[in-house]
Design a protein. Structure first.
Lengths: 73, 166
């Protein structure tokens, strides 16, 4: 029983260690630091997205403004 | 204990040991020899000098923010035997050369385009600077650039190391 438990535990640890997860090292983050990675990099896209969002939610002003509205935009 | 169990335990132990051995360069350890890492650029003569090795990149905003202060440190301490070496880890030459042309640093810069040196040093963050004494031993590690507090600590440490007998 004890041997089986050790075996199972060992397999679980090995699976975790050999899985696809990896750490991006600090010096490998050039791509992640690129402005293109920002979701709000394009003001026009952001404005359109916000318009769709607050139209769907019937909340005038979208995310950035308090209050609500009729949604008739 | 069965053979399979022993084998798995051995494998786990080996993995853990291998992962822990891949450690970072810490104070008290000799800094890796800079030659042999295919660094692009001219390395200054470090013999008997106090050296600050700074790892930076053009995509790292705090790294670039540190340059004016590091220029001041170089100007202040160079006559007493201090060298500042900025090692860029940019893989492409374009942004690196463009930044250097614009900023024109007063200290030496090289490029670790293959990222061999930094992979050996394993910096904990960008930027990280290593202050080496006259024998090439790491005396302090500064992770990140925190403006005046980093500069103040570096200034004190450099002055102290320069006063040490070689």
């Amino acid at each position: 029983m004890k041997t089986k438990l050790t075996l199972l535990l060992g397999l679980a640890v090995l699976t975790a260690l050999l899985s696809g997860c990896t750490t991006v090292q600090p010096w490998e983050r050039a791509t992640l630091a690129d402005p293109k990675m920002r979701p709000d990099r394009d003001p026009l896209h952001s404005a359109m997205f916000e318009h769709i969002y607050f139209s769907c939610e019937a909340a005038t002003g979208g995310r950035g403004v308090g209050g609500s509205g009729c949604g008739c935009n | 204990m069965s053979y399979t169990t022993k084998l798995i335990q051995g494998l786990i132990l080996g993995l853990v040991l291998a992962l822990s051995a891949a450690g970072q360069v810490k104070p008290g350890q000799p800094f890796p020899a800079l030659a042999g890492h295919a660094l692009e650029g001219t390395l200054p003569d470090f013999a008997g000098q106090v050296v600050l090795v700074d790892f930076w990149a053009t995509w790292c905003a705090p790294c670039k923010a540190s340059f004016p202060a590091y220029t001041e440190l170089q100007r202040e301490f160079a006559p007493r035997g201090f060298i500042l070496l900025a090692v860029s880890v940019d893989k492409t030459a374009g942004p690196y050369e463009e930044f250097l042309q614009r900023f024109k640093p007063a200290f030496s810069t090289v490029r670790d385009s293959a990222q061999k040196l930094i992979s050996e040093v394993r910096v904990p963050a960008m930027p990280t600077s290593y202050l080496l004494d006259r024998h090439g031993i790491v005396r302090s590690v500064h992770s990140g650039y925190h403006g005046e507090s980093t500069v103040k600590a570096l200034r004190e440490e450099i002055a102290r190391l320069l006063e040490e007998k070689s």
